[in-house]
Design a protein around this ligand. Sequence first.
Ligand SMILES: [Zn+2]
Length: 350
Amino acid sequence: MAELHERHRQLLEKATMNRKLSPATIRSYRGGWKRFRQWLASEYPGADPFEADADTVAAFVVDLVHGATLSDGTELKPSTPATAVQRIVAINHYRRERGLPPFKRGEGTIAEALHTVRRAAPPTKQAKALRRTDLETICDMLEHRTRCGRVDRRNRAGNILYTDWPHEPDARCRFRNPTPDAVSSALAMKAYVRVSFGALLRVSECVALRWRDVKPHPEEKGWGEVHIRRSKTDQYGEGAVRSVEPEVMDALRAWKRRSRTARPKDYVFPWRRPGNYTRRLKLAARDAGLADPEGYSSHSLRIGRAVELAAAGASVFEIMSAGRWKDPAIAERYCQQADRARADAALRRL
Ligand SMILES: [Zn+2]
């Protein structure tokens, strides 16, 4: 009976602990714990994960960052030191649930292992900000793609007599971009770059955006409102509303007219995987003739707008609010980036 009582107490404690955690955090803990158990089973068959000591966890950290092949053939791809830290946090979560003391990251062999892998890891690459002028260049290219096409002149039998080329074909043209439906793709892409830049959307928020989340602005004619239902920094799902300029609404409307899925509950964008957005943005930057197209990622639109706001004199707090950042240090970074760009322009001019 006493034993059962103890078990109930533990279950209750576990439930209270989990209730305070966001679903993303719980997923991260589960994933981290699973990885650790998998690694341990390969390195020390039969070992109890709760009896692992700090040296074992330190070895796990090194394998995580450098990558390893486990005895069951699973490939551990090299991860960042930050991910390794998350794994330790996950292990500690499960230890606490069992009433075991957590591992300290700042002490002993674990600290040494983290120090070593941090020094060896390349600095984390930051996405390049896509500034307003580059955004307009990309939108012009996409616009061109929807209009420009060759015209085949045919005789009555339907055979091509000759082809009219509107101009010397280049990378902007549809017939140089052989996708099944280049016009739809260009319209969707234009809507994506406009709205992600306009409302500082994260790629996950673009993936989750539905047509019912886009509405005309109640006061400003031509403007719109984008409802961001759920985001990384908004665990309770209160959502946020951001005004977007008429160009954003025009691009969304043009895409909506063409889209086959435009009911209120339908997703605005056809791409379900975040990686698709980055890949398409790189391609669009390349076709638009921007320098270093590989430097862009889906994050470039969001931070590009932040840098643009900073350059226009917005405060750190205004930028934080616009982009729904909780950490002023992030917004501060974009202010500094805008300052650097301004200083650089001044140096070239004066
Ligand atoms: Zn063309």
